[in-house]
Design a protein around this ligand. Structure first.
Ligand code: SDX
Length: 428
């Protein structure tokens, strides 16, 4: 394979190096393009632009492949656990028994939050969307741990912030839910494993024993694994670029939560269920809604379908679709929107519009159906996505910092007014 590329411009030829990754992806390194030619590149949405070299997650959109640190998502979803995957993503290798036990013990010691954080939580009305509550509570950690703001912190200090965030996000997530429903918060129970502790904080009530359903806890652990990282998606790129200014881990992750909130990104899982509910309420005519999705004059899109990278099945969607059948059967839940979702998928995969554009179900298409069967309200779906994506965001932020990457500052092509003299229009 060639390791250089040429650009011919204005009678000149510029030779640029080509970088080849460990999975043979190739990229033209344009670091010197502007200095040598005066040219920059333009790529709205960065659809064809690499922002970094990363060793964390590999996607092959054409083949529908997803691997964390070289391990297939199928293997990890089937055999690993969310905290083991979190360790793998952040530190690069699967932990041995002693290391993993230490990692889990450290996390269990940091699940509580400062009591003053409840005052921040109490300041939010119940109608506040839990994503706004979550990003605010995460950013509030900069106030309770001001040392986390120092840019030149030791590796141990950074690691403590990582452990604190992994430990406290389930508490924040559950408390955002309690704020939503107007119930008192439940404190962490560190005798329980990560997912059981989260379920108890979500659904427990003061003074009542809460029995964790192992089916739900296991399904949740699998869902969190499937959401844990996804290379340079919108929210991860946000975490990296905020962190590149030497902003703290907490403020970088808070920014990532806000990026994930958008309905075109992590907010899609909430939008999918709202769409399926609307189709059900409208009589279940999937053809009508497929036609709306294809109509350029109709703003309606088939939420949970399409992906910037996957032009084949999103491997996560396949796993979640099967898990949806399993979990609903085990819980004895018969949710009509699951049949509507399957009907939509079947019809879309036969429809030229979707086939030509290689639009397949993505991670968000079926996940909400499981969350709903687990009793998680729709407005909490994207918060669940954030809970799963946290280790990926942390791993990517840490990699950017460990590699001393420069502050992110893209260029632009200016298309505004040319120079003009000031005249005080208000006095004309
Ligand atoms: C996530 O990046 C990641 O990895 C994200 C994620 C992760 O793990 O972090 O995987 C999580 O965000 C999944 C995506 C969740 N979003 C949705 O489900 C929202 C619905 N999907 C679309 O909005 C869209 O598919 C995107 C945003 C996901 C991708 O958009 P792109 O890559 O910018 O593609 P595009 O908008 O340019 O679409 C290409 C064509 C267009 O038609 P034409 O102009 O060529 O005629 O496909 C059409 C689009 O109109 N199209 C759709 C569609 N998605 C794309 N038409 C109808 N319904 C859709 N869902």
């Amino acid at each position: 394979m060639s390791n250089t590329a040429e650009i011919k411009f204005n009678g000149n030829t510029y030779e640029l190096p080509v970088t080849t990754g460990s999975e043979n992806e190739q990229a033209i390194d344009i670091s010197k393009l502007r200095a040598e030619s005066g040219l920059i590149t333009l790529d709205p949405g960065f659809k064809n632009t690499g922002s970094t070299k990363s060793a964390i997650t590999f996607l092959d959109g054409e083949q529908g492949i997803l691997r964390y640190r070289g391990y297939s998502i199928e293997d990890l979803a089937d055999k690993s656990s969310f905290l083991e995957v979190a360790y793998l993503l952040i530190y690069g290798e699967l932990p041995d028994t002693e290391t993993f036990t230490n990692f889990k013990n450290r996390i269990s010691k940091h699940t509580f939050v400062h009591e003053d954080i409840k005052k921040i939580l109490d300041g939010f009305p119940s109608k506040a969307h839990p994503m706004g509550v979550l990003s605010s509570l995460v950013c509030s950690l900069t106030a309770f741990y001001p040392g986390s703001l120092a840019p030149n912190r030791s590796e141990d200090d950074i690691d403590l912030s990582i452990i604190r965030l992994l430990a406290k996000l389930p508490t924040f997530t559950a408390w955002a839910y309690k704020n939503k429903i107007g119930h008192p918060v439940i404190y962490p129970d560190n005798k329980l494993d990560y997912c059981s502790n989260f379920m108890k904080m979500m659904y427990g009530l003061p003074g009542n024993e809460y029995e964790v359903d192992p089916v739900v806890a296991s399904a949740l652990d699998k869902l969190l694994i499937l959401h844990a990282d996804h290379e340079q998606n919108c929210s991860t790129s946000t975490v990296r670029i905020v962190g590149s200014s030497q902003a703290s881990l907490y403020s970088s992750i808070s920014a990532g939560i806000n990026a994930l909130w958008g309905p075109l990104h992590g907010g899609a899982n909430q939008a999918v269920i709202e769409m399926l509910e609307a189709i059900k309420e409208d009589g279940g005519d999937t053809t009508k809604f497929l036609n709306k999705a294809k109509d350029k004059n109709d703003p309606f899109r088939l939420m949970g379908f399409g992906h910037r990278v996957y032009k084949n099945f999103d491997p996560r969607a396949k796993i979640i679709k099967k898990a949806a059948d399993d979990v609903l059967a085990k819980l004895g839940v018969n949710d009509p929107v699951l049949d509507i979702a399957k009907g939509l998928e079947e019809a879309a995969l036969k429809d030229d519009y979707f086939v030509e554009r290689k639009l397949y179900p993505n991670v968000d298409f079926y996940s909400g159906i499981i969350y709903r069967a687990m009793g998680i309200p729709t407005e909490m779906f994207t918060v669940m996505f954030a809970l799963g994506r946290l280790p990926g965001w942390i791993a990517q932020w840490k990699e950017m910092r460990d590699n001393n990457e420069p502050i992110g500052r893209p260029r632009q092509v200016y298309v505004g007014a040319e120079q003009r003299d000031y005249t005080d229009i208000s006095k004309r």
